[in-house]
Write a protein that binds this ligand. Sequence first.
Ligand SMILES: *Cc1c(COP(=O)(O)O)cnc(C)c1O
Length: 361
Amino acid sequence: MSRVYNFSAGPAVLPEEVLKEAAAEMLDYNGTGMSVMEMSHRSKAYEEIIQGAEQDLRDLMNIPDNYKVLFLQGGASQQFAMIPMNLMKNKVADYIITGQWAKKAYQEAQVYGKANAIASSADETFSYIPDCSDLPISEDADYVYICENNTIYGTKFKTLPNTKGKTLVSDVSSCFLSEPVDVTKYGIIYGGVQKNIGPAGVVIVIIREDLITEDTLPGTPTMLKYKIHADNASLYNTPPAYGIYICGKVFKWLKKMGGLEAMKQRNEEKAKILYDFLDNSKMFKGTVRKEDRSLMNVPFVTGDADLDAKFVKEAKAAGLENLKGHRSVGGMRASIYNAMPKEGVEALVAFMKKFEEENTK
Ligand SMILES: *Cc1c(COP(=O)(O)O)cnc(C)c1O
C-alpha cells in the first residue's frame, strides 16, 4: 500500500488513523456483528454514534446550549436555498460576494426574495476580502451572508463583517474546525464536511434556536425545514449514517490532537512553510493579498500556463496529487486541510524548489 500526499480541495484528505479505524470496524462495529453501513439508524448503537458525534462537536467548538447541531444532506449547495426558505421573513438578505460559492448562494437567494450584493471582490478576481467594517446593510435584512473561507480563491475573512446587529450566516465548508470560532457571533454556521471533516454527503448546520421556526416561505418542502430536523435530532428520515460516523471519528481525532487551538497552531505552521516559499520564489507566486490568505487553500501560479501544466504533471508523478487549480482560475492550488501532515507540505515545497531549479535557465 502506498498513500500519496493529496492536496485536493474536496473531497479531501482524511486522517489516516481514522481511515484505519473505520477499516478495522468495517465488518463488525463494536461487537454488533455488522457494519455501521448496515445498521438501523434507530438502533442503540447508532444512537450512540450520532449523539456522541454531536457532543464531541459541541465540545470542540464550545457550542452554546441555545444552538442546535443538525446533520443534513444535500451538500453545502442545498443550504443556498434552505437558508432563504427558512430565514427570509422580510424577504430581504444581504450577501458579500467573495467568490463563486458566495455568488451561487446569492443567486439562489434571488429565487426567494430580494438578495442584495452589498460588497464584492469580483473586480480583482476575488483575490482579497473587501473592507466590511461599514457596509450598507439593509434595514430590513433578515440576515447577512458570507462565505468565510473561499476554497477556490484562497481568501479568508480574518475579521467578521460588521452586520450592524443583523444575523450573520456563514458558509465555513473549507475552514470548518481549522481554528477556534466564537459561535455566538453567528446565527448559522454551516458547511459540507467533505473539505475538512469527513466523506461527502453530510452537511453540518449549527443554528441559533430562535431562527428555527414554523414560519418558512410558502411551499418549503418538509425536508428543507430546519424545524423538522431540529425537532427530530437529525433523525426525521434516514440520515447519511455512515458519513456521520466518520465525522464522529474525526471529531475524536481532533480532540486527541489537542482541539481547535492546537489545530490552528498546526495549520499556521504548515501554511507558513508554503507561503514563505512563495514569497521568496522567483518562479512561483501566491495570488492572494497577504492579509487575506487562507490557511487551508493556497493558490499559486508561475505566470506561464505551460509551465503550470508541467508542474502539476511532474508533481503527480512524485506522489503530490491534485495540485491543479480550480478550472475557473487555472494555475495551482494546494489544499492543506487539518488532515494534511506537515511532512506533506514540506514535501511539496521541496518539490517546488527542485522544479524551480530545473526549469530556470
Ligand atoms: C465545496 C464548497 C461548497 C459546495 O459544496 P457541496 O457540498 O458540493 O454543495 C460550498 N461552499 C464552499 C465554501 C465550498 O468549499
